[in-house]
Design a protein around this ligand. Structure first.
Ligand SMILES: Cc1cc2nc3c(=O)[nH]c(=O)nc-3n(C[C@H](O)[C@H](O)[C@H](O)COP(=O)(O)OP(=O)(O)OC[C@H]3O[C@@H](n4cnc5c(N)ncnc54)[C@H](O)[C@@H]3O)c2cc1C
Length: 485
């Protein structure tokens, strides 16, 4: 039977019926494409990186440029539709999609333009980290972003952005000079320190609650072309020595060295003796992006923290370093990631992390200790919405698995670990590793602390009808269906 109306969820709750003529005339105004459940490409368009996410938007607007974004925002506002924004589609909670609502999908807007003289890059709102690295490295430059090249620049940046350049150049948001954003009234605005400064403050850490960012302008830094990766792999039994040694070395290491203590399994790599492959290990994973000649010497102590079973440390191009972990995060597997900041990393904490590594229900899950040092303190806490800048370590808890039957065991593992680590944490969570954004109010408090009231006031001003369904919205979002609370 031919479709006559589309039932679409509204941001205020309930549903509205849009007749086919209305939807077709909206489609005709776009340079990009509008997909509904009847269209080829719809199934692919409703998939995101996390295979747990199974949402069915009513309308997906694949924008070809800013004009399409403006048209989509206007259409959504005029009909009061529940609206999500998709950048790289890598948010662990699947927030790029809304069930039965409208998705403003920027995956076709990935251009990056570099001005090498001014060391600036203008990056479209759907670009991936790999797009940015590829373009900037042509000029020996880089922007501080994250560790896996398929991740979207937009989502990563809007909640902070941590990567290999963190200790030297701060968070991704600390390197933003301006953004172009289509706000809920359909206007394209520029926001920077000197223009729409409140909006610029909110966007740097406040997520996709304030409008659709069509372009980010980043300040760039000379990096590479060659950097040193440190990848010594130690048996889990040596975790206490290795992590304590890493902690002590990082307290005095140059800012160009960024590391994570990774509790994981030995990879199926030829360099790893067969008997150790798949065994629980701890890795002093690092990247030194300073003067190349100094790199081998600077990472050397990381390779002697114990007796490695294998050592994959090597020089490589910056672009390769940015892809070093790519294969470990395949599209469509199941993921549940959480975070919390740690104030201490002593024997008690390390032993607890080793214990939870042993009892992971899935061998591909990991625990990452991000050695932040004073990196995030570079900017003052009041400079942007990103609040937590004084913790020396951050814990990234990554439950990764393939079997739907194991949802509950894996999610429980991550949640139990978070609870056990709370005594070692004053406060704060990192919203780029947000679980499934359950317990919304507690999550917001933990992430924004004293900044939450100001964020809410800015949201009420720039998005009075609560169009954009970010964490600050009151809209009835559907959580990821896990079957457990
Ligand atoms: C494999 C992997 C590795 C990761 N590594 C790191 C890392 O090293 N460092 C780190 O800090 N984080 C990391 N993350 C976390 C990552 O930053 C978040 O998952 C982030 O949300 C991904 O952004 P995205 O654009 O791909 O997401 P999407 O799912 O597309 O978007 C997430 C949310 O961002 C908002 N949004 C997206 N695009 C726009 C836009 N153009 N305008 C306005 N709002 C928008 C929307 O609210 C959307 O719901 C990693 C995630 C994955 C999956």
């Amino acid at each position: 039977m031919a479709i006559k109306t589309y039932r679409v969820s509204m941001s205020a709750g309930g549903q509205t019926a849009l007749d086919k003529g209305m939807v077709d005339s909206f489609r005709a105004r776009l340079r990009g494409t509008l997909l509904t459940a009847e269209d080829d490409g719809y199934e692919a368009a409703r998939r995101v990186w996390n295979g747990m996410v199974d949402k069915r938007p009513a309308l997906v607007v694949r924008c070809a440029g800013t004009a399409d974004v403006i048209a989509a925002v206007n259409f959504s506002r005029e009909h009061g539709l529940l609206t999500a924004i998709r950048g790289g589609g890598h948010n662990v909670a699947g927030s790029a999609l809304v069930d039965h609502g409208l998705v403003i999908d920027l995956s076709g807007m990935r251009s990056v333009h570099v001005d090498p003289g001014r060391r600036l890059a203008r990056v479209e709102g759907g670009a991936r980290l790999g797009d940015l690295d590829h373009e900037t490295q042509a000029f020996g430059l880089a922007a501080p972003v994250g560790l896996v090249s398929a991740t979207g620049v937009a989502g990563l940046t809007l909640h902070g952005g941590m990567g290999w350049l963190l200790r030297k150049h701060g968070l991704s948001i600390d390197n933003l000079s301006s953004v172009e954003v289509v706000t809920a009234d359909g206007q394209l605005r520029k926001a920077s320190q000197s223009e729409n400064a409140d909006l610029f403050w909110a966007i740097r850490g406040g997520g996709g609650n304030f409008g659709v960012v069509t372009a980010f302008e980043f300040r760039l830094h000379p990096v590479g072309p060659q950097v040193w990766m440190a990848v010594p792999i130690y048996p889990l039994e040596q975790a206490e020595d290795v992590i304590a040694g890493l902690r002590d070395y990082m307290a005095k290491a140059p800012a160009e060295l960024m590391t994570l203590g990774v509790f994981w399994n030995a990879p199926e790599a030829p360099e790893v003796p067969e008997r150790y492959r798949g065994m629980p290990v701890v890795i002093a994973l690092g990247c030194y992006s300073g003067p190349f000649d100094a790199g081998e010497r600077i990472i050397a102590p990381l390779r002697k923290l114990g007796t490695p079973i294998a050592d994959l440390s090597a020089p490589m191009s910056w672009v390769q370093a940015q892809k070093f972990l790519d294969q470990d995060y395949p599209d469509g597997a199941f993921y549940y990631w959480k975070s919390l900041y740690l104030d201490r990393l002593d024997g008690e904490v390390i032993r607890a992390l080793a214990k939870h590594t042993r009892n992971r229900p899935s061998p591909i899950s990991s625990i990452d200790v991000w050695m932040l040092g004073k990196a995030t303190v570079g900017a003052s806490p009041s400079e942007s919405a990103f609040y937590k800048r004084d913790a020396p370590y951050m814990l990234g808890i990554e439950a990764n698995w393939h079997d739907r039957e194991k949802n509950e065991a894996n999610i429980r593992w991550a949640r139990t670990l978070v609870e056990e680590m709370k005594p070692f944490s004053r406060d704060g969570i990192y919203l780029n590793f947000p679980g499934h954004m359950e317990n919304k109010e507690a999550t917001l408090q933990a992430a924004y602390g004293p900044h939450l009231d100001r964020l809410r006031a800015i949201k009420a001003k720039v998005d009075p009808a609560d169009l954009f369904s970010g964490l600050l919205s009151n809209s009835p979002q559907t959580a990821v269906r896990t079957g457990i609370g």
